[in-house]
Ligand binder design. Structure first.
Ligand SMILES: Cc1ncc(COP(=O)(O)O)c(C=O)c1O
Length: 289
């Protein structure tokens, strides 16, 4: 299956029922399109089982709450709907996208309490997010934008509004031949990439930015657990950009990214080293276990 994402065969779950892929549409006066009242999840299904499925559905509910709306389906109902989408489309290895949003309704201003909340779930086959970077190590740009303060926007929600600077930063990165962009946060500390968290290795120990102003990824948490189980020391701490020079290895984590080695960030180079490869392979085994 390929081509435009609105022109494919298959079924999409929308507000409680499966609809034809091409009929899964919204009105132009949908509140979310104008004011970013939308939250979503990105999940991967391996061998017929979505990795950390329930955690993703719970985070979707949490994100909606951060945007002041409630999804009219329980976590259990979302779990069942995701399975239905996979089964109906004959998928066992796929990316799953759940999205909830404020729709069109009686309100067209910023306030939207009278507009209904919708939920849709789609799934499709999706390969490596960073192409061949899994082997070579991704090349990463540094974004001109900063991850915002938690006093500016609900930074722990997986909400559409937080991705505006991700899209523009990724465009700028790709124009320079990079796969992604690394953000500093509003304080100038190393934060995360446009759709993935970041880890570094130095002297056999792992360092990763404390997830206090960005998405504490489900993959990030999984990888920290895996490292600790191996007896590797993990420091979740403030990382300054000047420290990039001293790190030996680097990788990204995310549902789409999985564990992707990084070879270069701006002018700093990293080796695709043993720990990085080991964690990447262990993660692949874990998600299929
Ligand atoms: C901005 C951002 N940070 C981090 C992540 C990693 O999160 P997870 O591991 O839960 O997919 C993602 C991907 O969802 C993301 O979009």
């Amino acid at each position: 299956m390929a081509g435009s994402y609105d022109d494919r065969d298959g079924k999409i779950w929308m507000d409680g029922k499966l609809v034809e892929w091409r009929d899964a549409k919204v009105h132009v006066l949908t509140h979310a399109m104008h004011y970013a009242s939308s939250v979503f999840e990105g999940e991967r299904c391996y061998n017929g089982k979505i990795f950390k499925s329930r955690e993703h559905s719970e985070r979707l509910h949490f994100s909606a709450g951060e945007l002041d709306f409630e999804i009219p389906y329980t976590v259990d109902e979302i779990e069942a709907a995701k399975q239905q989408v996979l089964t109906e489309n004959g998928l066992t290895d796929a990316y799953v996208r759940a999205v909830a949003w404020r729709g069109a309704g009686e309100d067209m201003g910023v306030a939207s309490l009278r507009n209904p909340v919708h939920l849709a779930i789609a799934a499709w086959e999706w390969g490596n997010y960073y192409g061949d970077a899994k082997m070579k190590g991704a090349k990463i740009d540094i974004a001109k934008w900063k991850r915002p303060s938690p006093e500016t926007i609900p930074v722990h929600a997986k909400a559409a509004g937080l991705y505006m600077i991700c899209t523009t930063s990724k465009h700028a990165a790709e124009a320079k031949g990079c796969s992604d962009a690394l953000f500093m946060d509003y304080r100038g500390y190393v934060a995360e990439c446009t759709g993935a968290n970041i880890f570094f290795v130095k002297d056999g120990e792992v360092h990763t930015p404390k997830a206090d102003v960005f998405l504490n990824g489900i993959t990030r948490q999984t990888v920290i657990g895996m490292l600790k189980d191996k007896g590797v020391t993990v420091h979740e701490r403030v990382i300054m950009p000047e420290e990039l020079e001293g790190f030996e290895q680097c990788w990204l984590t995310g549902t789409a990214a999985e564990v992707t080695p990084v070879g270069q960030i701006a002018d700093y180079n990293f080796e695709v080293g043993a720990l990085c490869r080991e964690i990447s392979e262990d993660y692949e085994k874990l998600v299929r276990a």
